[in-house]
Design a protein around this ligand. Structure first.
Ligand code: RUB
Ligand code: MG
Length: 422
């Protein structure tokens, strides 16, 4: 018989192996607990232990204990810990099962006052079980004609309530003004005022017309978010109508559903745009939850081609470290395709040069209010955004570029300056 005790999960001399999944956490131990005891409970509860010591026949037990192998105490209560998990703890290719371990019971257990999963180092054995993205940043030239500039997208506003006629009209103006992609907002799916099939059929038909007219491929990020079977049906409908992209709100829909959609996307050559509504319920607090960095890693493994990663603090929403997350999405991961990061939320032409300075040009820039709120309307707003990107790419100041025959940009700068909205 063997006893599984707290101490079995703590070994500060342990060096993680190449096959371990290595997770970094920020923890604050419960008031009556040491960091060592709390770190052990994290490793225990998220692998094969529980609150009580167990007595198990060793012959019947595969040892799947995680090891808390590093503790760095902060000035405040708590600190950071490293936990190494043996790869055999995990089911091959099941993101739900992995997250139930590394971001499961430990998030609510009383041994810690708070705990945040900050980062994961994924071993090749686990990564190999996932498909990763089909296209990643290559969408910019494989499916679009963005060349070296950022991919440009817009979401019609108001986000819900527009009729299909109005939606299609806005799409036409935006594509003509210079954006590559129309995007559905996250809460527009299949409602009576703008039904899914009609919207998709008519928008994609206009996309084809504008592709012909402008000589640049125009496409549509169609929000298929729904119950999983329905998402599959909607993805197939988009493919039948000649669309090249689908959008899934990945946190609200759930990772298993994303994994199913990834298989369907492959059959139909569809790229997946990941919107991330509800992520802030996990990542907004710096002492508790799951970091956006980790969610982005999960999204890449599950196979999305684009994901929203914030605006480096230049938009309307709180952000984590956008440049750091984007760098991870593009980093080598045993040959897995990269992900195109999407900057969105409160962007307008006046912040584009700062955005490109912070994030580079291998991104998608998505603007709603910053296009449709232009005093001269959507087409002028799209032109202004495109002009701001041209200025930044050429290293010319936005004001100089606006003065040099780009009146739409001039109007946008008059209206919004370089303000960060709220
Ligand atoms: C953008 C919008 C998106 C947010 C989500 O509209 O509605 O849902 O970008 O944020 P607008 P994030 O351009 O008018 O702000 O990209 O950070 O997930
Ligand atoms: Mg939105």
């Amino acid at each position: 018989m063997t006893g599984i005790e707290y101490d079995d999960f703590l070994d500060l001399d342990y060096e993680p192996t190449d096959t371990d999944l290595v997770c970094e956490f920020t923890i604050a131990p419960a008031t009556d607990m040491t960091m060592e005891a709390a770190a052990s409970r994290v490793a225990s509860e998220s692998s094969n232990g529980t609150w009580a010591a167990l007595h198990v026949d060793e012959a019947e037990l595969t040892d799947l204990s995680a090891v808390a192998c590093d503790i760095r105490e902060n000035a405040g209560p708590g600190g950071n810990i490293t936990v190494a998990y043996p790869a055999d703890l995990f089911e091959d290719g099941s993101m739900a099962q992995i997250l139930s371990c590394i971001a499961g019971n430990i998030m609510g257990m009383k041994a810690v006052d708070s705990i945040r999963l900050e980062d994961c180092k994924w071993p090749e054995t686990l990564v190999d079980g996932f498909p990763g993205p089909q296209f990643g940043s290559a969408v910019a030239h494989e499916k679009l004609d963005a060349g070296d500039r950022p991919v440009l997208a817009t979401v019609p506003k108001p986000k819900v309530g527009l009729s299909t006629d109005a939606h299609v009209d806005i799409a036409e103006q935006a594509w003509r003004g210079g954006v590559d992609l129309l995007k559905d907002d996250e809460n527009l799916t299949d409602q009576y005022f703008n039904p899914f099939e009609d919207r998709v059929e008519r928008s994609l038909s206009v996309a084809r017309e504008l592709t012909e007219e402008t000589g640049e491929r125009k496409d549509y990020l169609v929000n298929i978010t729904a119950e999983t079977d329905e998402m599959v049906r909607r993805a197939e409908f988009v493919a039948d109508q000649g669309g090249g992209f689908i959008m899934v709100d990945v946190v609200t829909a759930g990772w298993s559903a994303v994994q199913t959609v990834r298989e369907v996307a492959e059959k139909h050559d569809l790229a997946i745009h990941a919107h991330r509504a509800m992520h802030a319920a996990f990542d907004r607090m710096d002492h508790h939850g799951v970091s956006m960095r980790t969610l982005a890693q999960v999204a890449r493994l599950c196979g999305v081609d684009h994901i929203h990663t914030g605006t480096a603090g230049l938009g309307k929403l709180e952000n984590e470290d956008t440049p750091g997350i984007n760098a991870w999405l593009k980093s080598d991961l045993y040959g897995m395709t990269d992900v195109l990061p999407v900057a969105s939320g409160g962007l307008h032409p006046g912040v584009v040069d700062a955005l490109i300075d912070a994030l580079g040009t291998d991104i998608a820039i998505q603007a709603g209010g910053g296009i449709h709120g232009h005093p001269d309307g959507t087409e002028a707003g799209a032109r202004a955004l495109r002009q701001s990107v041209e200025a930044s790419m050429q290293g010319v100041s936005l004001a100089d570029y606006a003065a040099d025959g780009n009146p739409e940009l001039a109007t946008a700068l008059d209206k919004w300056g370089a303000e960060t909205p709220r």
